[in-house]
Ligand binder design. Sequence first.
Ligand SMILES: Cc1ncc(COP(=O)(O)O)c(C=O)c1O
Length: 340
Amino acid sequence: MSKNVNIDWGNLGFNYIKTDLRYVSTWKDGNWDNGNLVEDNKLAISEASTALHYGQQCFEGLKAYRTKENKIQLFRPDQNSKRLNNSCKRLLMPEVPEEKFIDACKQVVKANEHFVPPYGTGATLYLRPMVIGVGDNMGVKPAPEYIFCVFCVPVGPYFKGKMAPVNFMIADYDRAAPQGTGAQKVGGNYAASLYPHLLAVKRGFADCIYLDPATHTKIEEVGAANFFGITKDNKFITPKSPSILPSITKYSLLYIAKEYLKMDVEERDVLIDNISEFKEAGACGTAAVITAIGGIEYKENLHVFHSETEVGPITKKLYDTLCGIQIGEVEAPEGWIYEV
Ligand SMILES: Cc1ncc(COP(=O)(O)O)c(C=O)c1O
């Protein structure tokens, strides 16, 4: 670490901290400019930007990890690049070439190296890439200009102490329409989730689970994370649907379950009326890696999986293996790790 920063690494949460430099590139007249690192953390954009009025924007989230050898590495940024471009396509925004995306992420990590938490703290450097429609525009149509920006903040581990299960309730709302934008990481999905999240928290749950918007019979997402369950005969099951955001953590766990833990894996419908098929269940995503699901409330009944207080053994093994890969302690499959 080159510079010293005054951060209590052990007590970081998931809060905004202004780091030194962020990457900004502008698209105009059909091309992205080269982009550069800037100190200013304020974007000056037109009051008529489509990102502000029509939600023409998308974002990503990924982390940089410091290893025991004091190297810094990114976990599968190529997958975030693909997902960002898929979101861009859906909202008629220009795609960001993968090379440019990964280079921007690396530049931001390098320029803020002293904000990458030390190995062993469980804390990481969270990167937030985004593409927003800007420029002067009034009608509902694509923006004349775009900004691609990547900033970073050091964040704490999701679980400060021991990993503990939490309970969820089934939402009375949908987060996505059947042929809508559920599979893209666009801001509107998150704006729509704030109210159901608040209702769940008010009732003492960690968050809500969204069922499929067409029939409300199948599990889709657990708050802003994907669902997985372990069946009584040790299969790793995760829902398949065009309105789920394809979680990079989920597909990594699926691979780990199959190749490292030698489990059978399946992507298929997960019926809410059949959740007793699972002995363990979890929510997965970049923020927490895995949050074990203690129980799910559905129709006034709390269904408990492994336990409301203890994490199941397979969930724990999946968690330890993926975290080990991310911090360089477990050998990663080829192409998963990008050294900065
Ligand atoms: C709605 C939603 N589902 C799932 C995920 C998990 O995706 P990932 O594992 O790529 O972080 C996220 C977070 O990005 C999310 O916002």
